[in-house]
Ligand binder design. Structure first.
Ligand code: SF4
Length: 347
């Protein structure tokens, strides 16, 4: 099977079957960029609302470059991987300083921007500028591994480069963006991960070597990741006059610079929590256990135990701010990891 043979059926299938997604309605370089960064590690359904809100608030490179970090992180709140948002802003600032506020119509120049790797550069270049570059992500690697019945390990960067090189050879010069999107769309809706691919409805059914050889569901080959580290934390929901205490996380590391509910490492007992609370200049009035919750990050899992502590302020703390419901909704970006405990504010 020559890879060239899949191009036409995929493009025709895509044109007839593509989903109506907000970023496809007007595929400007800015909109494609924002959507592709959001879609990394996040499902399409989850991204739709974020994308619309983001574009309304920050409609162009200039507004992204100049917004406050707090506004940016608030717009990103819940999407996770917050460095994606920070890199968007860094790149926007470079675009304003060096490219007149436009994304350059040049693959290598796109690749040089913060947070833009070969996949995103390929997507922007091909979809918005018609430049014949592939856009190879996990979806595309899965689809190509199955179509070619390849057992190459897709966690190996060399496989990604090889697949990119093969696709570059067959990229249709007039419609590179449509071809790239057809591969992405096939991977998202037909040749799906974690289960049986829907081969009967696939436009390359007759060409697919993986299906013919009966190996498609076992592909792609991917070496297992290292297991995540488990970390126990005790989350403190400190409540004073219907407001809760928030603290800034350190500027480096997990959830860097975001706001958090104060927490202690390990499974702290009530006495340890009360001592910590006094250390912040607060007087605990009542302690209530809130139960357990879990949050999964890329490399670590937090196993959390919550304590709701009603407090009085004995002396103001520089470390804590007090947020009411409006500020939580509109001002402070609070990562999803802590949201399990918010319903207990009014307990
Ligand atoms: S025939 Fe099946 S395995 Fe092959 S590309 Fe289509 S959906 Fe995937």
């Amino acid at each position: 099977m020559e890879l060239q043979e899949i191009v036409r059926p995929l493009i025709e299938w895509y044109q007839a079957n593509k989903r109506d997604l907000p970023w496809r309605r007007e595929a400007t370089p800015y909109r494609v960029w924002i959507s592709e960064i959001m879609l990394q590690q996040t499902r399409v359904e989850a991204v739709k609302g974020y994308f619309t809100r983001f574009i309304e608030a920050l409609p162009d490179v200039q507004s992204l470059a100049s917004c406050s970090e707090q506004q940016l992180l608030k717009l990103w709140e819940g999407l996770g991987y917050y460095n994606r948002a920070r890199n968007l802003q860094k790149a926007a600032q470079v675009l304003v300083a060096q490219y007149g506020g436009q994304l350059p119509a040049d693959y290598d120049a796109l690749l040089s921007l913060p947070g833009i790797g070969p996949y995103t550069a390929g997507a922007i270049a091909s979809i918005s500028y018609g430049i014949a570059q592939p856009a190879v992500d996990g979806n595309v690697l899965r689809v190509i591994s199955r179509i070619t019945a390849s057992h190459a390990d897709i966690s190996d960067p060399a496989t990604r480069i090889l697949v990119g090189d093969e696709l570059r050879k067959v990229m249709p010069v007039l419609e590179p963006g449509t071809f790239n999107q057809s591969l992405m769309e096939l991977g998202a809706t037909v040749c799906v991960p974690n289960g049986m691919p829907d081969c009967k409805n696939c436009p390359v059914y007759r060409l697919c070597e993986g299906r013919k050889q009966g190996v498609a569901p076992d592909l792609p080959v991917k070496t297992a990741k290292k297991p995540r580290k488990l970390e126990h934390r005790t989350i403190l929901l400190l409540v004073r006059d219907h407001r809760i205490a928030l603290r800034r996380r350190p500027p480096k590391g997990l959830l860097a610079g975001l706001w958090e509910l104060p927490s202690l490492s390990g499974e702290a007992g009530q006495a340890e929590a009360v001592a910590a609370v006094r250390g912040w200049g607060l007087e605990p009035l009542r302690v209530q256990p809130l139960g357990e919750a879990k949050h999964i990050f890329t490399h670590v899992e937090w196993w959390m135990t919550g304590l709701r502590i009603t407090v009085e302020e004995a002396s103001p703390s520089e470390e804590l701010v007090w947020a009411g419901p409006d500020q939580l909704r509109e001002e402070y970006p609070l990562p999803s990891a802590f949201r399990a405990y918010l319903p207990a504010v009014e307990a």
